[in-house]
Ligand binder design. Structure first.
Ligand code: GDP
Ligand code: MG
Length: 444
């Protein structure tokens, strides 16, 4: 997602970066491009209008700092205003003062509610809670079955009723059951609405009254664009949501929903989901997401993902080695398996600064498991000394390694070059101070 928007913005800023001074005219020219880029990404036009106005005002009002170029200054204003558009602060899930956490999930059909219920149950369980999943969806027989299957796969109890009954009644009995089972988190899945008519709105309001939730999450499908944002607003007006969850952020939607939904609904985005696997649930961080949009990458999320799958000691180690440029092919090999377990590589790459540029540079090389097994085979054909210090590999060794790994000398050379680039990138990423460091690295 967001590749097109990211790329356009980067192009615009690259042009700015080369000019010595930015006057009103240059600023307006740049902002015109930013506006087009946002509109093409399907961002709500009012959100775009306000955004551009804020950036312009700040841009004109600001003294030009001597330490950075005017281009960098504009980027930093755009970044800050993007963060603001996305909600500014992180908005964690609410915790009740006493009693169980109660989460009510609402949204349109097919937006990912039932899957989200499963994801939340899994997360809460991993945090030490005893969750109970509740289905109030009778529209299809398969609806409650789907939740039951999910519940079973993560070994969490699930409350469903075989006979159709009003959602309010089901919820009442589910809450009683929750008390008996001494659960600490209740997650209520609801029937999806295509549009929010009065009946549906009343039904949901009654359900919310009964459940008295700590959190009403309105699910927005990133793939349905502005339409989903409008419906989210209607849901909020009907039952007062507490937060937004944007699903399918992994899809190649243009990003308009994520960038608009906070301003249009006034509700914070709390979570995003980025894949079909239950684990693909992320806390939403406006700051990091803005960096992702601007192609500065999302190094923090990347490091957190790595932490989750590597254990923090090896991450610290690795980061230290990356920073000092000591990361060698032996480390590379050691991490390969674990990197594979971090999820689809395309997604990981999107979090890196300038990812679209990197992807292009890599040209024909597919960053998939095939790429990994080939790389692994090549590294395994080297001696330990060579892995520690790839610079010593001469032409004849490279040919032997190619033969040993069933690849060609070109493959070996390409891997070594990529590794060299990656090591540079890692060093810059880990030693830079936040966005500033990353921008410096990108030469912006
Ligand atoms: P509901 O009708 O709102 O309950 O939606 P479901 O939870 O049944 O999900 C509808 C479809 O969207 C299913 O095929 C899910 O696997 C898929 N889905 C949900 N979340 C995501 C996501 O973050 N990424 C992707 N790619 N698919 C998702
Ligand atoms: Mg469902």
């Amino acid at each position: 997602m967001l590749d097109a928007l990211s790329e356009r913005l980067q192009n615009t800023f690259r042009r700015l970066g080369s000019s010595g001074r930015i006057g009103e005219q240059e600023l307006d020219e740049a902002l015109r491009e930013v506006r087009i880029a946002l509109l093409e990404a399907d961002v709500n036009f009012k959100v775009v209008r306000d955004f551009i106005a804020r950036v312009r005002e700040k841009g004109l009002g600001q003294e030009v700092l001597t330490s950075i170029t005017p281009g960098q200054q504009v980027i930093s204003i755009v970044h800050d205003e993007l963060v603001r558009t996305l909600g500014g602060e992180d908005a964690p899930l609410l915790k009740p003062d006493s009693g169980p956490i109660k989460i009510l999930i609402v949204g349109t059909k097919g937006s990912g509610k039932t899957t989200l219920a499963g994801r939340l149950a899994l997360r809460l369980k991993n945090e030490g809670h005893r969750p109970l999943l509740v289905s109030t969806d009778f529209e299809r027989v398969a609806a409650s079955e789907q939740l039951q299957v999910l519940a079973k796969s993560i070994d969490v109890p699930c409350y469903v009723e075989a006979k159709e009954a009003p959602a309010v009644d089901v919820a009442k009995r589910a809450l009683a059951e929750a008390k008996k089972q001494n659960v600490t988190a209740i997650i209520v899945d609801t029937v999806g609405a295509v549009a929010l008519d009065d009946d549906t709105a009343d039904g949901l309001a009654a359900l919310a009254d009964e459940v008295d939730p700590t959190e009403v999450l309105i699910v927005v499908d990133a793939m349905s664009g502005q339409e989903a944002v409008t419906i989210a607003k209607e849901f909020h007006e009907a039952i007062e949501g507490t937060g937004i969850v944007v699903t399918k952020v992994d899809s190649d939607s243009r990003g308009g929903a994520v960038l608009s939904v906070r301003e249009v609904t006034g509700l914070p985005i709390k979570l995003i989901t980025t894949g079909e696997r239950l684990e693909a649930l992320e806390d939403f961080h406006p700051e990091r997401f803005a960096s992702r949009v601007l192609g500065m990458g999302d190094v923090v999320t990347l490091v957190e993902k790595a932490k989750a799958s590597l254990g923090s000691r090896s991450v610290e180690d690795m980061t230290k080695r990356m920073r000092s440029g000591q990361f060698d092919l032996e480390d590379f090999l050691g991490q390969m398996e674990q990197v594979k377990s971090m999820g689809p590589l395309g997604g990981l790459l999107d979090m890196l600064p300038g990812a679209s540029g990197i992807k292009k540079q890599l040209g024909g090389v597919e960053f998939n498991d095939g790429f990994f097994s080939q790389s692994e085979a090549i590294v395994r054909s080297m001696t330990l000394q060579e892995r520690r210090n790839p610079e010593i590999l001469n032409g004849s060794r490279r040919r032997r390694i190619a033969r040993g790994s069933g690849t060609t000398p070109q493959d070996v050379n390409r891997l070594l070059n990529q590794f060299k680039d990656a090591r540079k990138l890692m060093q810059a990423m880990t030693s830079g101070k936040g966005a500033g460091g990353i921008m410096r690295m990108l030469g912006m």
